[in-house]
Design a protein around this ligand. Structure first.
Ligand code: NAD
Length: 312
């Protein structure tokens, strides 16, 4: 069994680190949060006093941090030049493609193998070890990372070279954000035209409008399989995280000179829902309540709902 350093034991990292420990690895865990560290210890990890201490003798390093600036900071101050160069470095955070490529280049320049390996699947999948990993990096780095990622996921896919994991993740989530909004407004229109939502679901899920947001994650309560819509949009994938991913996609689109009008409009609508109307903590399918005008912004939200059909 290997000595694995795990940095970032939050909602996702906590369960992932516990799965590595459960598989018998010697997991040295670090987080800035005392509560997260204590929980990791309870779940079989060993507490490290710093990120540098965690990685000191590691054979593998996993990071699961909020955003690019945290990844840059942790890699440049506590991992590159501190961990043994034989360690395989895996960043599983969702970050911008440019930072992922820069940090991997810096690690490779010092003799490390490193992959970007963001995940699809939420907290339940992190706990259950059923995440999907999209991995960018050299074939050698992928081969070294796979045995560790296999213990935390149900699918580990080599997306291509450095940064390809992050590229796949944000492209997928841009499509998801735009298709969720399209699905929401379609159900709102169908009901306004007098269609029963269940009947419309049965028709459209077998017709050419069929898509994942409709058939696996229907935003209308009581229609299709059980989804966050049936729990007043609690749990699931928070609108704030969808907005984060849409912003990363837009940043990448600008850098790549790609025209992404639907992604841009999805970003605008999620900004309104999550940041201006207080919907950040709701599941991302809850945006249907902004679209059908039934959303009541919590006290302190900065903007009133726009009139239906208004250009936002
Ligand atoms: P989180 O905020 O719950 O956890 C991040 C952890 O990193 C926190 O415990 C924080 O204390 C720690 N941290 C921050 N800076 C640190 C540092 N310098 N050193 C050590 N620890 C540090 O976030 P999360 O929900 O676990 O998400 C982590 C990543 O996974 C994000 O990039 C997110 O976009 C991505 N992701 C999340 C989900 C989800 O459903 N939550 C799904 C897929 C991907």
């Amino acid at each position: 069994m290997a000595r694995v350093a795990f940095i970032g034991l939050g909602n996702m990292g906590g369960g992932m680190a516990a799965n590595l420990a459960k598989a018998g690895h010697d997991v040295r865990a670090f987080d800035l949060s005392e509560a997260a560290l204590a929980k990791a210890e309870e779940r079989g990890c060993l507490r490290a006093a710093s990120a540098a201490e965690a990685v000191a003798e590691a054979e593998a390093v996993v990071t699961m941090l909020p955003a690019g600036k945290h990844v840059r900071d942790v890699y440049e101050t506590s991992i590159i030049g501190v961990a043994p160069t034989s360690a395989i470095l895996m960043d599983c955070s969702t970050i911008d493609v440019a930072t992922a490529r820069e940090e991997i280049a810096k690690a490779e320049a010092k003799g490390y193998r490193m992959v970007d390996a963001p995940v699809s699947g939420g907290i339940a999948a992190a706990e259950g070890g059923t995440l999907t990993f999209m991995v960018g990096g050299s074939p050698e780095a992928f081969a070294a990372a796979q045995p560790f990622l296999d213990l935390m996921g149900k699918a580990v896919i080599h997306a291509g070279g450095t940064g390809a994991g992050q590229a796949a993740k944000i492209c997928n989530n841009m499509l998801l954000g735009a298709s969720m909004i399209a699905t929401c407004e379609t159900f709102v229109l169908a009901q306004k035209l007098g269609l029963d939502p269940q009947t419309f679901f049965e028709i459209s899920s077998k017709a050419s409008g069929q898509n994942w947001s409709m058939t696996s994650y229907c935003p209308v309560p009581g229609v299709g399989p059980e989804t966050p819509a049936d729990r007043d949009y609690e749990g699931g994938f928070a609108a704030a995280l969808m907005l984060k991913d849409l912003r990363l996609a837009m940043e990448a689109a600008q850098g790549a000179d790609a025209y992404t009008p639907m992604g841009a409009y999805a970003e605008e609508l999620y900004t309104r829902f999550a940041e201006k109307l207080g919907g950040a903590g709701k599941d991302f399918s809850g945006i249907i309540k902004m679209i059908d005008d039934s959303w009541t912004p919590p006290a302190g939200s900065v903007a009133p709902p726009p009139p239906l059909g208004a250009k936002i």
